[in-house]
Design a binder for this molecule. Structure first.
Ligand SMILES: [Fe+2]
Length: 241
């Protein structure tokens, strides 16, 4: 049996985007069991933009699960944004997880926004000024929350959903200088600490679609500018795409 997962990130919805995704989204029940959104739903994280997201991604006929991105934090209206999304039936994860009963089995999704920090040999370290230590602490706490959420889920197939990238592979195409602001190795370690089948992220608009964690988990950058379609569909189970 197969679980079908549709995913997209970085849709950056405002008034002018409403309606652009909807025709493809209406077809979701035919091709997917769930839609996962990898953050940056809005441009600047306002409540008004969140209402546009709710119009575009609400009432789809399949469950919708999301994490927020850095853009969704820009206007310091996260509680309002989360409430608008949840009122529209969208599940918002942040260091938490959920299990869905699908025809192909129980799907566990653990999500966290994540944070920057960089990758092995080229990363921020917990040393020096308090600001630097706070930065790295944020990275560490985010990754720890993802690991705990992944390990807490009783399911047949496990997916990690983040905004920031857990690996450098899917950043290829972005300037090397900004890799530390696009993701961190600690998220990859978290994903590898659990029996994760698939890791999905966004944030890297100029990155690459496919990557792998050091532990062999397949990673997909589903940022809309990368996948260039309303969503990609991944199959978990007997069939491997
Ligand atoms: Fe982002």
């Amino acid at each position: 049996m197969v679980i079908r997962i549709a995913a997209v990130g970085d849709v950056h919805v405002d008034e002018d985007v409403v309606g652009r995704f909807r025709p493809a989204l209406e077809e979701l029940p035919d091709c997917a069991d769930v839609l996962l959104l990898a953050g940056d739903l809005t441009r600047h994280g306002t409540e008004a933009e969140a209402r546009c997201v709710a119009r575009e991604f609400g009432d789809l006929g399949v469950p919708v699960i999301t994490v927020l991105g850095n853009h969704d934090h820009q206007c310091d209206q996260v509680p309002q944004v989360v409430k608008v999304l949840e009122d529209a039936g969208i599940t918002v994860l942040e260091g938490t997880g959920t299990v869905l009963e699908c025809a192909g089995g129980r799907l566990g999704v653990a999500g966290v926004k994540g944070f920057g920090g960089g990758f092995a040999g080229r990363c921020a370290s917990d040393f020096g000024e308090p600001e630097m230590k706070a930065f790295v602490r944020t990275t560490r706490e985010s990754a720890d929350a993802l690991a705990a959420a992944l390990l807490s889920l009783e399911c047949d197939s496990l997916v990690a959903l983040t905004h920031y990238s857990p690996v450098p592979d899917t950043l290829a195409g972005e300037p090397l200088e900004i890799y530390p602001f696009l993701g961190c190795y600690q998220l990859g370690q978290a994903i590898d600490s659990a029996p994760t089948a698939l890791a999905l992220h966004g944030h890297a608009h100029h990155g690459t679609e496919r990557g792998t964690t050091p532990g062999g988990v397949r990673v997909r950058n589903v940022a809309h500018p990368v996948i260039k379609q309303a969503y990609s569909v991944f199959h978990l189970g007997d069939q491997v795409d």
